[in-house]
Design a protein around this ligand. Structure first.
Ligand code: CAA
Length: 385
């Protein structure tokens, strides 16, 4: 067992940290205020390979591993959760196309995601009445000659405004329940794909979250990803990787909270001394660092397992990805709470970054599967083993 990052991982980590500090941190608040990530930032990230880290070079990606992906998301999330979630979801969509798409689909879409020509990818699963119970989606895609005609709606779609390509879960056979679900790739601008209302959110406001409406949206049958009826498993399998990204995002936010707690507690003087001298504050910092280090290990273990799975080993990482997401996102909420507490009244006003971190982290125990769904996945995997 080796707990050291490789030289390659350390170089990548430093490169992303420098980039995040130089290019993202100075505009992180502006991104939230304007509720928009500048296109040129996404293009700069694409130039560095950050939008499609795990996609092989032959399809335009840098061909790095999932450990690299997790490290990069951590560094970006340390300065902006909004940018980190967009990057993580785009990589998840690219991986979905890479793992389940045919050669033509890979060649057509992956270079566009990798180069930044497509600013993002979107993963369209959730519907108004189908959140945790994703298998109960109702959006239909009916075959008509060489096309599918899609009708229905999706909500809470991350990257929906910026995405060039959408991975859309649809029902192609109503009689077959979850085995009648398929995934269809829909390009931005396809007639009948309407980008609906953009949500106003508690946090991660720079990341766009929109409603999608499909009104007789016609796409060629060649846009079917995998086989008809395999869609539910494709979406869940792809989400296993996405959950590692959200766990990594939570680690990045935790680290940012801890940095702020340390800085503030050394500067803030009460009762004649820096508050860092008080055991109440020290314990909050100690508990936070302990939880961060545990979370990082769980996220990196899940990433390492996924890499072994992708290399063809006969192992699964579903349970480990859910454990990593569950622990990291719950811990990050506790850490953000403490970070505000250490700052006292200053933690509750916008001038101090912990106010944003506290709001930004809240959604991480909800999207890409709530903590309750992660527990369900973990328990099912244990009891089924
Ligand atoms: N990988 C591959 N296949 C899987 C799988 C996985 N991780 N998990 C389950 N399956 C397979 C099962 O083996 C089963 O196959 P068989 O029919 O051949 O036996 C099939 O899928 C159906 O599985 P279940 O019966 O277990 O399905 P379920 O209806 O009980 O649901 C669930 C399982 C875990 C609750 C699932 O619905 C789930 O994960 N829900 C949460 C949805 C979610 O995470 N949404 C997030 C939206 S995307 C998002 O948030 C992105 C963003 O924008 C930030």
């Amino acid at each position: 067992m080796n707990f050291e990052l490789s030289e390659e991982h350390r170089i990548l980590q430093k490169m992303v940290r420098d980039f995040a500090e130089k290019e993202i941190a100075p505009i992180a608040n502006k991104i939230e205020e304007e509720q928009e990530i500048p296109d040129d930032l996404i293009k700069k990230m694409a130039e560095l390979g950050l939008n499609t880290i795990t996609i092989p070079e032959e399809y335009g990606g840098p061909g790095m591993d999932t450990v690299s992906f997790a490290l990069a998301v951590m560094e970006v999330a340390r300065v902006s959760s909004s940018v980190a979630v967009g990057m993580s979801v785009t990589n998840m969509v690219a991986e979905g196309i890479y793992r389940f798409g045919n050669e033509e689909q890979r060649r057509k879409y992956l270079p566009k995601l990798a180069s930044g020509e497509y600013l993002a990818g979107a993963f369209a699963l959730t519907e108004p009445h189908a959140g945790s119970d994703a298998g109960s989606i109702k959006t239909t895609a009916l075959r008509d000659g060489d096309s599918y005609v899609i009708n229905g709606s999706k909500i809470f779609i991350t990257n929906g405004k910026k995405a060039g390509i959408f991975m859309v879960a649809v029902v192609t056979d109503k009689e077959k329940g979850k085995k009648g679900i398929s995934v269809i790739l829909v390009e931005k601008g396809t007639p009948g794909l309407i980008i609906g209302k953009k949500e106003r959110k508690m946090g991660q406001r720079g990341s766009d979250t929109v409603e999608l409406v499909f009104d007789n949206c016609r796409v060629p049958v060649t846009n079917l990803l995998g086989n008809e009826g395999d869609g539910f498993k494709i979406m869940l399998a792809d989400l296993d990787g996405g959950r590692i990204g959200i766990g990594a995002l939570a680690c990045g936010v935790m680290r940012a909270c801890i940095d702020e707690m340390i800085k503030y507690s050394k500067e803030r003087v009460q009762f004649g001394q820096p508050i860092a001298n008080f055991q109440a504050i020290q314990w909050m910092i100690a508990d936070s660092v302990t939880e961060l280090e545990a979370a990082e290990l769980l996220v990196l273990r899940a990433a390492w397992l996924k890499d072994r799975f992708l290399k063809g080993e006969n192992i699964r990482f579903t349970k480990e990805a859910s454990i990593a997401k569950l622990f990291a996102t719950e811990a990050a909420n506790r850490v953000a709470y403490r970070a505000v507490q250490v700052h006292g009244g200053y933690g509750y006003i916008e001038e101090f970054p912990v106010e944003r971190f506290y709001r930004d982290i809240r959604v991480t125990t909800i999207y890409e599967g709530t903590s309750e769904i992660q527990r369900l996945v973990i328990a099912r995997n244990i009891l089924g083993e």
